[in-house]
Ligand binder design. Structure first.
Ligand SMILES: *Cc1c(COP(=O)(O)O)cnc(C)c1O
Length: 391
């Protein structure tokens, strides 16, 4: 017997749960790509995407996953031989830096390990040491999905300004957009990278690069025909937006997802994520009282509201994930980038997530801990319920 049959829940940090309305909007015949409805719909997405990124600048859409948008951001702003400063707080920023290195960019990395956020004083020192201002861009990840660390992007900008350093600030918001508060213009970010399959609730396949004029003017010799963002933001000619056939069905899905975000209100979306995350942390805070479980990020103010990384002791991460998947229909995220990976798991709580889903995740984890005899403190579900009740 298994208790897994029934509607399954993919609680991993991307792809996230796709709303039925998004899937239904995609379930249709291919549209006329030359004129009419599809063009109007595409143009309608642009201001709404910018609203979610809190920017008045440009957005280019790419047919590709987050890695594609990473490469687009690098190619549009850098030249071979340029230097970038990578502020690594987990696997993802490290990966973005590796991509830059493959492009012939010199990568200077400050690695903060797996549990800490960016140390702004260390950044100030690195920028002050860069007397010739060789660093062309600072690369940071708002929420690193492997560690669930959330970085202070506004603080990073202040440090760069205080140093009088002209480098671009480029931020990966793939995990956090539509989940954790993010204010591209107010925080002084020059380039923001995002993708559709996490907080934006659309099946994986399209990604976004938001950029301001300073970033546009930086364009160097790494830019290529396909990645060039300029034609993609040009108002004259729909065909230039995608350099070929539009990702038709993704556009229909994204239209509905953005409608959902705007109907709820972005502030309310962020508040929902914050409250659900607090409920989750409250439960883990009780489980942590006994046994091997521990939240990866100790300081709640440095935790993402979109994903949570949990250590649970060698072997137990995989055991718990397998149990939840096969006995209860709940899929948790793997211990990405951790050593040993099987001592970790992650919970994705991004996008189309509500209180009953969060309580279900916690209830199933509770059952898994009991079934597998993993020691843990009591009162976790009560603690989570209390947060939800108080909201
Ligand atoms: C998911 C994710 C990526 C990679 O996105 P893909 O669509 O898998 O290429 C990069 N950065 C962060 C922070 C992510 O969460």
């Amino acid at each position: 017997m298994t208790l897994a049959n029934g509607r399954r829940y993919l609680a991993i940090p991307g792809p996230s749960v796709m709303p039925d309305a998004v899937l239904q909007a995609m379930h249709r015949a291919s549209p006329n790509i030359y004129e009419g409805e599809l063009h109007d719909l595409t143009y309608s997405l642009l201001p709404d995407l910018k609203a979610v990124a809190r920017t008045a600048h440009n957005v280019a859409i790419y047919i590709g996953n987050g890695h594609a948008a990473w490469e687009a951001a690098l190619c549009n702003t850098l030249s071979r031989g340029d230097t970038v400063l990578v502020l690594a707080t987990g696997r993802f920023c490290t990966g973005w830096g590796e991509m830059a290195a493959r492009l012939g960019v010199t990568v200077q990395t400050i690695d903060y390990g797996d549990t800490s956020d960016i140390d702004l004083d260390e950044v100030a020192t690195a920028l002050a040491a860069d007397k010739g201002q060789r660093i062309k861009a600072v690369l940071a990840v708002h929420v690193d999905t492997s560690t669930s660390v959330r970085n202070d992007i506004a603080g990073l900008r202040k440090v760069m300004d205080a140093a009088g350093h002209p480098a671009l600030l480029m931020v990966d918001c793939i995990a956090s957009m539509g989940c954790d508060r993010y204010e591209m213009d107010a925080w002084g970010v020059d380039v923001t990278v995002a993708a559709c399959q996490k907080g934006l609730m659309t099946p994986a396949g399209i990604s976004f690069v938001f950029f301001n004029d300073k970033a546009d003017q930086a364009q160097g010799d790494l830019v290529s025909h396909y990645w060039d963002w300029r034609p993609r933001v040009a108002p004259d000619g729909y065909w230039r937006l995608f350099d070929g056939t539009a990702p038709t069905h993704h556009l229909y899905g994204l239209r509905i997802a953005l409608d959902m975000i705007h109907t709820e209100g972005l502030e309310a979306v962020w508040a929902r994520h914050a409250t659900l995350a607090r409920a989750l942390w409250a439960a883990f805070g009780m489980w942590e009282q006994r046994g091997p479980m521990h939240l990866n990020v100790r300081d709640p103010s440095k935790r993402s509201c979109a994903v949570t990384s949990v250590g649970i002791g060698s072997g137990n991460g995989d055991r718990l994930r397998q149990w939840c998947e096969h006995q209860a229909g709940l899929t948790l995220g793997i211990g990405l980038g951790r050593d040993p990976a099987d001592a970790w798991f992650r919970v994705g709580h991004m996008g189309h997530v509500n209180a009953q889903m969060m309580m279900a995740v916690l209830g199933v984890i509770q059952a898994g801990l009991l079934a597998l005899d993993i020691p843990h403190g009591g009162g976790a579900l009560d603690a989570a319920a209390a947060v939800i009740a108080a909201s």
